[in-house]
Design a protein around this ligand. Structure first.
Ligand SMILES: Nc1nc2c(ncn2[C@@H]2O[C@H](COP(=O)(O)OP(=O)(O)OP(=O)(O)O)[C@@H](O)[C@H]2O)c(=O)[nH]1
Ligand SMILES: [Mg+2]
Length: 291
């Protein structure tokens, strides 16, 4: 499964190795900053890292490339949050994010993951704005064998969440996954609606939703961080799903996001099929980044 990460991440380490195959000078460090920046590590992290590496090279001109890479690895991992979620019964997961980020697909992938683990899963069509969105999710539910709760198009999404959790309690469901409509983080009224959905979940189970997962497209680069910050301000995000990493050559966004937000990336989307979802392991990821 980690061959995927290696494929997208290994050019990063190769570029650094090539760069340090010669005695470093000022242009080496400029180049290095560019490599970090292009990998989507963000301007500040890139500049800070280069300053530190420049200092190390000055102090120890004979330091080898592998030692530099080991230092980069340590730095990238510092401050990265990890987590373990204990599943509640029923365990309620709310999916949020901007339009087209991959919420519905990721929800189906997660549902499929839990079903393969032997859990009873119920999916709630909380994106009530479009009939097509309800249909898309219903098709997934049929395909993967999940129970399904929906409303009429344009019904109140909070009502669907409320009904879904009630049904889950009555039917002994383990996992409830609630889809929501995509929304731009600048649309304040829609952002407030997310808070309403959360409140209604709490009427059914005081701790619900147990997870609020922010789904974000890796190919949009640093904008992902701004999006996440605004969502986080309206509705506390407990984890991130980074999608479409198969379409991005820039693995650094995963590191930059966690450092900036202090919210763990839990899953990574690597394609459009239900099995294209990988759990995110920062240690392993950074190792592959620097292979
Ligand atoms: N290549 C690739 N495509 C993905 C991935 N995740 C989702 N997609 C595709 O991205 C498109 C949008 O996915 P959806 O799951 O419908 O996105 P959404 O966030 O639910 O969209 P809205 O409900 O319209 O806001 C679909 O064509 C998906 O197949 C991924 O990890 N990799
Ligand atoms: Mg959707």
């Amino acid at each position: 499964m980690f061959r995927f990460f290696k494929k997208i991440l290994s050019p990063f380490a190769k570029k650094i190795r090539d760069l340090f195959s010669k005695v470093p000078d000022d242009s080496t460090f400029e180049h290095l900053e560019q490599i970090f920046y292009e990998a989507d590590l963000g301007a500040k992290t890139s500049a800070d890292l280069v300053d530190k590496i420049r200092g190390i090279c000055k102090k120890n001109p004979k330091i080898g490339t592998e030692a530099i890479l080991a230092f980069v690895k340590k730095e990238l991992l510092s401050g990265i949050v990890t987590h373990a979620t204990a599943l509640k019964n029923p365990h309620v997961i709310l999916m949020v994010g901007v339009n087209g980020s991959g919420k519905t697909t990721s929800l189906a992938k997660l549902a499929s993951h839990y079903i393969r683990e032997g859990k009873k899963v119920l999916i709630a069509a909380g994106d009530t704005f479009r009939a097509a969105a309800i249909e898309q999710l219903e098709n997934w539910a049929k395909k993967i064998g999940a129970e399904f709760v929906k409303s009429q198009p344009n019904a109140n999404p909070s009502g669907v969440a409320f009904d879904a959790i009630a049904a889950a309690k009555a039917r002994g469901i383990d996992i409830v996954l609630i889809d929501t409509a995509g929304r731009l983080q600048t649309k304040t009224d829609l952002m407030h609606e997310l808070a309403k959905i959360r409140k209604v979940c709490q009427k059914q189970i005081p701790e619900a939703p147990h997870e609020t997962l922010f789904v974000v497209d890796a190919t949009i680069g640093q904008n992902a961080i701004d999006q996440a910050k605004t969502f986080h301000a309206f509705t506390p995000i407990t984890g991130i799903i980074l999608t479409k990493l198969d379409g991005s050559a820039k693995g650094g966004i995963a590191i930059a996001m966690q450092k900036e937000l202090q919210v763990p990336i839990l899953w990574i989307g690597t394609g459009e099929r239900e099995e294209d979802l990988l759990p995110f392991d920062p240690e392993r990821y950074v190792s592959d980044l620097l292979m």
